[in-house]
Write a protein that binds this ligand. Structure first.
Ligand code: ADP
Ligand code: MG
Length: 391
């Protein structure tokens, strides 16, 4: 059983809360504050319940030492705005300055620590850093699902230093939605997997091939499977080295009665800046690149999705960043939005596509954790979650 934040008595306690404030930055400015907005209610709830809130997060790919371009300082006023309370920025992650500022804080105060990845011990999951972080607080809450698949000091390491580490509400919601897909999907369960590479998603594909009723393959992912079936894919993005793995996945799926749906027509061009042509699979010339699924494939996938009771989608159907090759991806987003199924979408680009299609509010659960959601569905134990389970 997942231990939850609501079960903790936080009044008058110092609560270290791991958030996902890993926002996209451009020239020192926060380009999209979605993650801050989503994290704010957790902080607000803790502050209103009388905790001293000590928020922390990583930001970008800081390499274990301070990098002014990746400071969380510009996030503090945005968090303050969404929480509706002042947020004191702490220009230190877990050292003397942090200790002093925490010691001076009162119930209801909110502090934001500097980027956890400014510390070399973060990605190394160092017990020394975990202990320094733990010494700042009485209680620990992890609400950063997107970082839960990594055993880092601010996720797994620090949690193990507390008697009752708990999951925040965003984390709990992610696990409930993804758990419903993984452990107990209402059938038919249709999984749609696309995107750039098979190698990123091999474990998830194998798991879904044993669990879904229909596995729909699209995007660059489908190219490798078409190639594995002996179909000419021209100059398309693919991983020919994984052809035998792809054949094994298809064979395993068929052996279990899982249908595997591949595109029957595709949109091709010699490059992403040229206009596309629709051709049947089999009609791709050596210089063509498959850049989207074609209209017959879109219709077939929409029909399958319309009959589903559970759907999971990860990975676009084409190079949707270019309008000429976005139609397949938009069609899938709309089909999911129209469906009565329990719908879950995960993955950075897939979530962006759902937003681009304007249908995010019609998806049952939009998962913020790309890698974490795939590893969870693959059946892997997420180290940041395992420590939050009550024995
Ligand atoms: P997600 O972030 O949703 O998990 P991925 O990162 O796996 O998805 O893949 C997203 C990328 O895949 C997009 O940038 C898109 O342009 C690319 N892509 C999809 N289909 C193709 C294709 N047929 N050829 C080349 N790139 C593709
Ligand atoms: Mg991606």
């Amino acid at each position: 059983m997942l231990r939850q934040m609501d079960a903790l008595d936080v009044a008058g306690k110092r609560v270290l809360v791991r958030l996902d404030l890993n926002v996209p930055l451009k020239e020192g400015k926060v380009r999209d504050d979605t993650r801050v907005r989503e994290a704010a209610p957790t902080v607000k709830a803790l502050a209103e319940r009388g905790a001293v809130v000590i928020a922390c997060s990583h930001l970008g790919r800081a390499k274990g030492k301070p990098d002014p371009a990746l400071s969380l300082a510009p996030v503090a006023p945005i968090l303050a705005h969404h929480v509706g309370r002042p947020v004191q920025f702490v220009p230190d992650t877990a050292g003397e300055v942090a200790r002093q500022m925490v010691a001076a804080a009162k119930p209801g105060d909110v502090l934001l620590l500097e980027n956890t990845r400014f510390e070399a011990g973060e990605e190394a999951n160092s017990p020394e850093l975990s202990a320094r972080l733990a010494a700042l607080a009485d209680l620990y809450v992890n609400d950063a699902f997107g970082s839960a698949h990594r055993a880092h000091a601010s996720t797994a390491g620090v949690a193990s230093q507390f008697a009752r580490p708990a999951a925040g509400p965003l984390m709990a919601r992610e696990l409930a939605a993804l758990g419903r897909v993984r452990d107990n999907p209402e059938r038919p369960f249709v999984a749609v997997v696309g995107g750039a590479k098979v190698s990123d998603k091999l474990g998830t594909l194998k798991a879904l091939a044993g669990k879904a009723d229909t596995l729909v393959l699209i995007g660059g992912m489908a190219n490798t499977f078409l190639f594995a079936r002996g179909v000419g894919i021209g100059a398309s993005l693919a991983e020919p080295d994984l052809a035998s793995e792809a054949r094994e996945i298809m064979a395993a799926a068929e052996a279990r009665g899982v249908k595997v749906l591949l595109p029957t027509d595709v949109v091709v061009a010699t490059d992403v800046d040229s206009p596309g042509r629709v051709v049947a699979v089999g009609g791709v010339t050596p210089t063509d690149k498959i850049l989207d699924i074609g209209p017959a494939s879109r219709a077939a996938i929409a029909t399958v999705l319309a009959g589903a009771r559970t759907t999971f989608w990860n990975g676009p159907a084409g190079v949707f960043e270019k309008p000429a090759f976005a139609e397949g991806t938009m069609a899938i987003a709309r089909a999911l939005a129209d469906s009565k199924a329990f719908t879950v979408v995960g993955g950075g680009e897939s979530v962006a596509a759902v937003q681009q299609a304007g249908v995010a509010s019609k998806i049952s659960h939009v998962s913020t954790g790309g890698g974490a959601s795939l590893e969870f569905l693959a059946g892997d134990v997420l180290p940041g979650v395992a420590v939050l389970e009550e024995p």
